[in-house]
Structures are given as structure tokens and as C-alpha cells.
Write a protein of this length. Structure first.
Length: 79
């Protein structure tokens, strides 16, 4: 699975979890770019991403992410 495929799947997950069909993620997308993405939904998103890809993130990994691209890189590294 390449980074574009991962971003596409992440977009689907974000749309479902945040109940917003307008969300289209890019590598540079941050929580500030998505109105519904707050600290509580961040946890829900991480759980949904882990479930969808069958992976687990460490808390130290999660804390290093500055944007969706870095999240996608972590997903790719675990697949």
C-alpha cells in the first residue's frame, strides 16, 4: 500500500468518524484544518485507524505527528 492509498483510506476513516463527507486529507493536513478534529475525536480517530489497518501505535509515535502525512508514514512503516 503506497502513501496515496493510505491517505485515501485515512480520508474515508476521518469522514466516517467525524461525520463529515467533505473531508479530503493531504499530507499537510493538521487538526487546525478540520473543524471537527478536536482532542476527543483525535483519540477516536487513532483507534479507528488502528482498527482499519490492523496495527497499533505507541503513545510516543502519536506525539511526534505534526500532520496527516506523518500519521500516514507511521501506518506505512507498520504495514
Amino acid at each position: 500500500m503506497n502513501k496515496n492509498e493510505i491517505l485515501s483510506k485515512l480520508s474515508e476513516i476521518f469522514r466516517e468518524e467525524l461525520d463529515n463527507e467533505e473531508i479530503t486529507l493531504t499530507a499537510g493536513t493538521t487538526a487546525n484544518d478540520v473543524e471537527e478534529w478536536d482532542s476527543l475525536s483525535h483519540i477516536q480517530l487513532i483507534v479507528a485507524v488502528e482498527r482499519a489497518f490492523g496495527i497499533r501505535f505507541t503513545s510516543s509515535e502519536i506525539q511526534t505527528w505534526n500532520n496527516v502525512g506523518e500519521m500516514a508514514d507511521s501506518v506505512a512503516a507498520k504495514l
